[in-house]
Design a protein around this ligand. Structure first.
Ligand code: LLP
Length: 418
C-alpha cells in the first residue's frame, strides 16, 4: 500500500502533484510519503502489540536523516551495520538502547563506537569477532552486550544475492555450532549474553521460512537454557517482502499471527528489523525523458536518471513498475527505459509495454523507497540526487541535490602536480 495515486490523470504524492515537486526541485529525485512511512511502521507496532517487542528499522534500506527522525519520534529503534549508520541513528534521536549492530566485518573503531554509545547489543557473526569484541570491551573496562547471529539454514526462496540464511552464506554462525559458541562467549569475561539473532534474507513473500527459522531458533534458546544460558532478546531479523509487481507478501499482522503463538511460553523481548517493508513503497524515483530512439521492434526511452541513482534493476534484474506522471492514451509500445550511464546494464525497465512517452515527460519508478538512495553512487561523476518528503499538501527537501563542487570534496592535488 502506498500514497502515490492518480488524480485526474496526474500522479500525486499524497496531496501534492509529482509534477509540481519535479518542477521545483528538478529531476532525477526521490519522493517519500510521510503517511506511508507511518502506516507501515504502525502496521508492525499494532501487529506485535501483544508481545514485548522492539522494532529496529534497518537503516541500510533508507538512512535519510528526516526519515530516521520521523521513525525515531514514533519510538522506532535501529538495526545498523556500520559506524556511519550508528552515527546517523544516534544523530536522528534513536536511543542507543534501541540500537542493534550487525555485520560480518565490524572494525575496532566501530566496536569502540558501539560500546561507548551503549547500544542495546552487537549481533556477533563469527568466533573471531567474538574474541575481538571481548578484548576491546576489556580494554575499555566495559562489558559488551551481545547476541550471536545464527544461521538456521533455511531457504527463503528469494533472489540469491539477498538470501542470507543458507549454510553456504557468509552470514552468521551455523546453528549446529551455536551451542559451543555460546559456551565460549559465556567464558569470556567482558561479554554479556543477551540474545539470539537471525536474519534469513530479504523480499521474502511467504510466511513459511519465517516460521521454520523461528522454530529452529526457539529450540536453540531452549537448549541454551538447559545449559544455563538465558536469552532475553530474540531478534528475528527483517526480510518481509513488498509488492513490486504482482507479489502478495504477507501483512505484518499475518506474520505476527503465525509467529506469536510460537512464543507464547517464552518471555523474550522480540526484536524485528524491517527495512524494505517499511520504506520500499513509501518512496518513488522520478526521472524525466530526455530522448527517444525508435527501432522497428522497440523503442528506447532515455531518461535523466541512471543506475548510479537507482541500482536495483541493474544489479538484481529487479522489477520496478514505471508509471507516467501524466497518464496518456497514446499507443502502447514495447520499450526499454534506460539511463545515460555508459553501461549496457543501465536500465529501469526492459521490454515493457507503456503508452508511448515523449521528450520532457516525467516517469515515476515505483517502490523505490528502500535500497534506492542508499545504494546510489557518483558513478560517471553524477551528483547524487535530491530527496523530498511529502506530508499532506506540503513537501520538504530532505536532501539537497549534490553540486559539482561536491564531486571534488575531500580530493587533493599533490604538491608535485600544482
Ligand atoms: N537485518 C539484517 C541483518 C539484514 O541484513 C537486512 C538486510 C535487514 C535486517 C533488512 O531486511 P529487509 O527487511 O529490508 O528485507 N539491496 C538489496 C537488499 C539487501 C538486504 C540486506 N540485508 C535489495 O535492494 O533488494
Amino acid at each position: 500500500m502506498h500514497d502515490f495515486k492518480y488524480k485526474n490523470s496526474g500522479l500525486y504524492a499524497e496531496d501534492v502533484p509529482v509534477k509540481k515537486i519535479a518542477g521545483k526541485v528538478g529531476t532525477p529525485l526521490y519522493i517519500y510519503s510521510h503517511k506511508t512511512f507511518l502506516r507501515h511502521f504502525d502496521a508492525y507496532r499494532n501487529a506485535f502489540d501483544g508481545q514485548p517487542h522492539t522494532i529496529c528499522f534497518a537503516l541500510k534500506a533508507n538512512s535519510n536523516s528526516a526519515i530516521l527522525r520521523l521513525l525515531a519520534k514514533k519510538g522506532c529503534g535501529a538495526d545498523v551495520v556500520s559506524g556511519g549508520e550508528l552515527y546517523l541513528a544516534l544523530k536522528a534521536g534513536i536511543p542507543a538502547r534501541k540500537i542493534v549492530y550487525a555485520g560480518v566485518g565490524k572494525t575496532e573503531e566501530e566496536i569502540i563506537q558501539g560500546l561507548k554509545a551503549r547500544i542495546l547489543m552487537f549481533n556477533i557473526e563469527s568466533s573471531d569477532e567474538m574474541m575481538a569484541i571481548n578484548r576491546i570491551a576489556g580494554s575499555l573496562k566495559m562489558k559488551a552486550p551481545i547476541a550471536l547471529r545464527v544461521n538456521p539454514d533455511i531457504d527463503p526462496e528469494t533472489h540469491p544475492y539477498i538470501s542470507t540464511g543458507l549454510k553456504e552464506s557468509k552470514f552468521g554462525i551455523p546453528i549446529g555450532e551455536a551451542l559451543e559458541n555460546y559456551k565460549l562467549a559465556r567464558k569470556l569475561p567482558n561479554l554479556e549474553i543477551l540474545g539470539i539473532h537471525k536474519h534469513i534474507g530479504s523480499q521474502i513473500t511467504t510466511i513459511r521460512p519465517f516460521v521454520d527459522a523461528l522454530q529452529k531458533v526457539i529450540l536453540l534458546a531452549e537448549t541454551l537454557k538447559s545449559h544455563g544460558i538465558e536469552i532475553q532478546h530474540l531478534n528475528m531479523g527483517g526480510g518481509l517482502g513488498i509488492p513490486y509487481n504482482d507479489e502478495h507478501p504477507p501483512h505484518p499482522e499475518e506474520l505476527s499471527k503465525a509467529i506469536l503463538p510460537l512464543l507464547k511460553d517464552c518471555s523474550f523481548n522480540l526484536i524485528l528489523e524491517p527495512g524494505r517493508s517499511i520504506a520500499g513503497n513509501a518512496g518513488i524515483f522520478v526521472t524525466r525523458v530526455l530522448y527517444l530512439k525508435k527501432y522497428p521492434q522497440k523503442e528506447f526511452v532515455i531518461v535523466d536518471g541512471g543506475m548510479n541513482d537507482l541500482l536495483r534493476p541493474s544489479l538484481y534484474n529487479a522489477f520496478h513498475n514505471v508509471l507516467p506522471v501524466r497518464k496518456n492514451s497514446r499507443k502502447k509500445v514495447l520499450t526499454d527505459i534506460v539511463g545515460p550511464i555508459c553501461e549496457s546494464g543501465d536500465f529501469f525497465a526492459k521490454n515493457r509495454e507503456v503508452n508511448r512517452l515523449s521528450q520532457g515527460d516525467l516517469v515515476a519508478v515505483m517502490s523505490a523507497g528502500a535500497y534506492g538512495f542508499t545504494m546510489s553512487s557518483n558513478y560517471n561523476s553524477r551528483p547524487r540526487v535530491a530527496e523530498v518528503l511529502v506530508k499532506g499538501s506540503e513537501f520538504f527537501v530532505v536532501r539537497e541535490r549534490e553540486k559539482y563542487k561536491d564531486l571534488t570534496k575531500g580530493t587533493k592535488i599533490p604538491e608535485f602536480l600544482k
